[in-house]
Design a protein around this ligand. Sequence first.
Ligand code: AMP
Ligand code: MG
Length: 523
Amino acid sequence: MKLKIKNTFTKHLPADPITDTKRREVARACFSYVNPKLPLQPKLIHASDDVAKLLGIAKEELQTKAFLNIVTGTALIDNTRPYAMCYGGHQFGHWAGQLGDGRAINLAEIEYNMQRWALQLKGAGETPYSRTADGLAVLRSSIREHLCSEAMHYLGVPTTRSLSLALSGNKVLRDVLYNGNANYEKGAIVCRVAASFIRFGNFEIFASRQDVKTLKALTDYTINEHYPNIITNTKFGYLEFFKTVAENTLNMIINWQRVGFVHGVMNTDNMSILGLTIDYGPYGWLEAYDVNWTPNTTDNQFKRYRYGNQPKIALWNLLQLANALYPLIEDAEALEQILHDFNIDYKSKYLDMMRSKLGLQDKNESDAELVTTLEKVLQLTETDMTIFFRNLANISKTRIIDDEAFLDAIKDAFYKPQHVTGTILKQWQNWFLLYTNRLKKEALPDAERKRKMNAVNPKYILRNYIAQLIINDADKGNYTLLNKIHTLLKNPYNEQEEHQEWFVKRPEWARNKVGCSMLSCSS
Ligand code: AMP
Ligand code: MG
C-alpha cells in the first residue's frame, strides 16, 4: 500500500513533550504522540471501496494483511507517528474542561488527487485523554458508526467517512444502560477518514486556558489548510473564518432536518470545524415525525438534543466557538451579527429545503404556513417521516380531496391508521387541500415533480431497527446483512425494487427496544 504522507497538523502545531498515555492535563499543545494498542486477533469485517478510492488504495489491497494491519493499529504506516488531539468541550450545556481524543488515534494525513485526508482509528486504545475509560470501542457502536457515516455521505449530508470496520479480538466491558449490568462485548476498530477531525472544542480548550498563542496557531493552521480562501492573521480574516464555519454548520443541520437524522450528543467536542457530521454515538433516525424525539437515553430528562432543537443547539455551540475565538477578533458586535444571521438564514434555508421536499419550485408567501401546518398534522398520530415524504410524490396536483381515498398515497406512513378519523382526518384533508391548491400554481407536471422530490426525499435510510438487526447477526459472526445494507444505502434515492422490504415502518418489536429507539452513550 503506497500512501503519500502529508502531515501538516503535527508539523505546524505544538506537540505535548510527554509521550506516555498517563492521564493528564496537556497544556500548550495541540496533540500528544501515542501508539495504538496491539489488537489480540484483528479481523476485517468490511471495507468501503469508495473511501479507499479517495485515498488511492486499490480494491484488491483491501483484503491484504498490510491493509488489515494498518486499520487495526497492528502496524504503523511507514514514516508516520500517530497522535491524539487535545480538545475540550461543553457537554449538555456545561463546560467540561479537557476531553481530547480518548479513544481516537490519528494515524497520519495523506494526500491523494490534490486532496488531504486524515486517517483516524476509533477504539484503538488509551491516550492521555482517555480519562477514566479504556480507549476501546465495541462492535455494536462501531457498526453503527461505519454504516451511518457512509449512509449519510450517499444521502448528500456532509460527514466524516469510514474506511473500514474490523474486530480487534479483544473483549471490552460495557454497561449498556448504566444500570449495573456490565458485560463483555466484542471489541472493534473503525478507521475514519475526513479532511480534518478538528472540532469546536479544539479552540475552546486554549481559550479557556487563556493560551492565546496556541489558539492563534491552531486558528491560523485551520484557515491555511482548510479555508485557504480566507486571509489569515487579521481580525477580519478570523471573523470571516467564523462566518464560514457558521455557514457550513447551518448547511449540515439543514441536511440533518431534511433526512430526519438526530445526532443525539451535540456537545461542542462533537462539532466539526468543517461542518461535517462527526462522532456517531447514540444517534437515531426519526421514524414517526416528532420534533421532541431523541434516541439518547442519557438525555431523556431534558431532551436537549431532540430533533426539533438541533438548529438552536448548533447556534448555541457556535456561540461557544465565538467566545473561544473572541481573543483573536475582539469585536463582540460583529460576532453577534453572524450569530443573528444564522437564525435568519436558518429560517429561510429551512423553508427552501421544505419546499424541495414538497416539490415546490417557486416561492409563494403561503409556503411557510403550508410547512408549519404540515409539521403539526404530521404529529397528530404517529406518521413515518421517510415514507410520508417519499410517497407524497405520488399525489397528483389534480387530485380532488373530497373522500378518504385522498390519503391512499401516503397511508402506509401511519403507524396507527385506525386513528386517522374524525378531527385528525379533517386536518389531513385541510392540509391536502392547501397542498394540491399550491401545486396547481406550479408549472411542473406531476412526473417531473416526482422526479425532483425523489432526489431529496430518501427511500432508504439506516433505520434504527435495521442497524440493530445487522448488529444481532454480526455478533454471531454473520455479516451478510451488513454487506447488503451497506450496498443498499449507497443509492438511498433510487427505487431499488429488490430491496422494497427495507422501505417499511419500524416493526412493533423495535418500538421500545434498547439499540433501536433507546441508545445510551455507552459504546
Ligand atoms: P463522546 O460523548 O463519545 O463524544 O465522548 C466524550 C469524550 O469521552 C471524548 O473525549 C472521548 O474521547 C471520550 N471517550 C468516550 N468513550 C471513551 C472510551 N471508551 N475510552 C476513552 N475515552 C472515551
Ligand atoms: Mg466525541
